[in-house]
Design a protein around this ligand. Structure first.
Ligand code: NAP
Length: 326
């Protein structure tokens, strides 16, 4: 099989698309013929050696895959050859024509959901769902501010927040990005290049602030999160696409009577928290199958375009989600 191998840290162009050996299955495992693999900002960080988890070289990036079951190992139950499944790979390996997972980690894809959508749902959408539902418990009628609202995870948060009945304020850096967020369900838009996020949030909420803030950016955390969160608000720390990891002054949590919560898909894995894993991925698949969310904004790229698509993620020019297809 072929896969994208990373042998050194650097730009996405360090990836080499080459023949890699398939290994035999261990007991309980299944082999998936990968048809779609999610590609997100965190993959660029991992390739650059700037992610919190630093796999040993050589490694194949990619964590969310969708495809068909090609082979079932001894005692692997629950799936048959040919089944359409999606799974997350806790140690990567998704940017390849085949992936091996424990049978229990493979979740059946509803018929109406495509492979590309399933891969994205298992990644960006599951992240957004974990944050908004499991961590922040967003309620109907609450105000949700999403930063980085046209990115893969941010746009997913806009869509899921809207589906949950929140009033969504989208913050993004250009009119094009904001129009994407509006189509995903945002009713208020803040252009972060020309407007002050705190001022606009307070204006929109008549001084109350946002009940939930979904932050994928990190930069300017004090002004754009701590200073515009409502009393009893919840700030979701999702990522640091802006490049800075903010330090959080703890007195804001007392003064604002608010909570700062971590979002971590590294815990929504079959190996660490199987029930949570199945719940977040199963629920976003159901939401899509029932048309509560979607259509998703998915850029599908073939093997020849992956490096450029990862480059667009690094340079802030990517819109929506990106999926590698085979
Ligand atoms: N906690 C978790 O489990 C988890 C899971 C998946 C991803 N993440 C993290 O979530 C963040 C977003 O991931 P994603 O895949 O949605 O990325 P993405 O599609 O590239 O979106 C990131 C957004 O961040 C904003 N941004 C601000 N400064 C940036 C910069 N210097 N470079 C790039 N983007 C910048 C951009 O929006 P504007 O131009 O509108 O500002 C961009 O649309 C990343 O930090 C990723 O590592 C966390």
């Amino acid at each position: 099989m072929k896969g994208f191998v990373c042998r050194q840290s650097g730009e996405p162009s360090v990836l080499e698309y080459e023949e890699v050996p398939s290994r035999p299955l261990d007991a309980g495992e299944i082999r998936i013929e990968v048809r779609a693999a999610d590609a997100g900002f965190h993959d660029t960080l991992m390739i650059a050696g700037r992610y919190q988890r630093k796999p040993a070289f050589p490694f194949i990036p990619g964590e969310g895959v969708a495809g068909t079951v090609r082979e079932c190992g001894e005692s692997a139950s629950g799936h048959a050859v040919g089944d359409r499944v999606v799974a997350r790979l806790p140690s990567g390996g998704g940017f390849a024509e085949e992936a091996i997972v424990l049978a229990g980690a493979a979740i059946t894809i509803p018929e109406v959901v495509s492979f590309a959508e399933a891969a994205v749902l298992s990644a960006s959408y599951a992240t957004a769902y974990q944050g908004l539902v499991d961590r922040a418990q967003v309620c109907r009628g609450e105000v949700l501010l999403v930063r980085g609202a046209a990115g893969g995870v941010g746009r997913a948060a806009v869509e899921i927040g809207y589906a949950l009945g929140a009033l969504v304020i989208a913050a993004a850096s250009s009119p094009e990005k904001l129009s994407i967020a509006r189509r995903a369900g945002a009713s208020h838009l803040i252009n972060t290049t020309t407007e002050d996020v705190r001022g606009r949030v307070l204006e929109i909420t008549e001084g109350r602030g946002a009940d939930v803030i979904f932050d994928t950016v990190g930069t300017d955390f004090k002004q754009a999160c701590l200073r515009c969160v409502a009393r009893r608000g919840r700030i979701l720390v999702v990522g640091f696409a802006g490049g800075e990891i903010p330090l959080i002054p703890a007195h804001y949590m007392i003064n604002k009577f608010c909570a700062v919560l971590g979002v971590a898909m590294s815990y929504a894995t079959f190996e660490k928290e199987p029930a949570h894993y199945r719940q977040v991925i199963g629920e976003v698949l159901r939401m899509r199958a029932n048309a509560r969310i979607g259509p998703l904004l998915v850029n599908t790229v073939g093997a020849g375009q992956l490096v450029a698509a990862l480059g667009a993620l690094s340079s802030r020019s990517s819109l929506g989600s990106t999926v590698l297809t085979f």
